[in-house]
Design a protein around this ligand. Sequence first.
Ligand SMILES: [Zn+2]
Length: 155
Amino acid sequence: MLRKTHALFAAAVAFFIGLTPSQIIASSFFGIISDMDRAFGFRHRGFTHSLLFALLSFLISSALFPNLAIPVLVGITTHVFADMLNPKGVELFYPSKKNYRIAKFRFNSKAGNGIIIAMSAALVILKLKGYSFNVEFLKNLAYAIHKYAQSFGLK
Ligand SMILES: [Zn+2]
């Protein structure tokens, strides 16, 4: 998917689950970091498009900046989901090199990006109508990890 589609989708999900405005902006940013994989020498749609990367990023951000842990998780998981609509798919269970996909839209296809944009709009409308998804358990988990990390001297 296109970078702006990823950024929009992450922001929409962040809004839907009730994150703060600054966390929504952060989610948008973390929605595009997965594609910096090649800049760091990773295979494209490999490690940075996996559940392992999402989990490690959540743990590390929880330990250091717990208020960013949910935006990090939202950014990465929405990115991976959107890229699973691509023909090549993503290495969801990295280090396994098997690619997983749920559709075959090219990254720049109008249909593929349109689906994600429509999903984003739907989430915003649902939220404005009073629907939401509670991520309190994830926030609590992030702060619990942070507290645990602090006991090892991490600030
Ligand atoms: Zn990607």
